[in-house]
Design a protein around this ligand. Structure first.
Ligand code: VGL
Ligand code: ZN
Length: 202
């Protein structure tokens, strides 16, 4: 199969894990840093999560978990409006997101002076994945051009075979085309893409 072709079918197996990236209220329409159509990933991720849970495979969920004076906020000289302040409603997972029992939550960017787009940065995610025997990760969520992008690149760098859930990501697109460019760069780095219909048994 050529590099850009989508796979016919992917069968979930031992050593697979789902990583749900930052599906939090502030990134949904109406939120403080709304990702256009960000809410559309929720029902699709629920389907993926059901498949992983049914196969007894682990699910991880990252969350942006900033202090109120986080350096990425505009009032602190950063690029973003205040968002995902730890413990607030904006930082809560989307109410429609159904994370299976036992989902491991990874909080990131939780100190004032550092930002972290990747779920691996400043967390023990890689360690936790290895401890669970994970070799392949399947990554979806928000946003394609920031936290999904950086999480996928770090997953590849950590040696995990990395699949992007192409139908369960949405981009901020601060500059038009940022999302498409992020997708191109993830493929170039070695990530593969799949959609729900390619998941066998889904
Ligand atoms: C994100 C911008 C700022 C993300 C987090 O989750 O993609 N984007 N903080
Ligand atoms: Zn943030």
């Amino acid at each position: 199969m050529s590099e850009r072709e989508e796979p016919q079918a992917v069968r979930l197996q031992e050593g697979d894990a789902l990583i749900v990236v930052d599906v939090q209220n502030d990134f949904l329409p109406g939120g403080a840093l709304a990702v256009p159509a960000g809410d559309q990933v929720v029902p699709v991720l629920n389907r993926y999560a059901e498949q992983f849970a049914a196969a007894g495979l682990p699910v991880f969920a990252t969350r942006d978990w900033h202090p109120a004076d986080h350096c990425s906020f505009r009032d602190q000289g950063g690029p973003w409006p205040p968002h995902c302040v730890a413990g607030t409603e904006g930082a809560a997972f989307a109410p429609g997101l159904r994370l299976p029992q036992g989902t491991e939550v990874i909080s990131k960017a939780d100190t004032p002076e550092r930002d972290a787009y990747s779920g691996f940065e400043g967390t023990d995610l890689a360690e936790r994945l290895r401890r669970r025997g994970v070799r392949r990760v399947f990554v979806g969520g928000l946003a394609t051009d920031y936290c999904v992008f950086n999480t996928v690149l770090d997953a590849l760098g950590e040696g995990f075979e990395t699949w992007v859930l192409g139908d369960a990501i949405r981009a901020v697109n601060v500059r038009p085309g940022d999302g498409a460019e992020a997708e191109r760069r993830m493929r170039e780095a070695g990530a593969r893409f799949l959609t729900l219909d390619a998941l066998e048994g889904a």
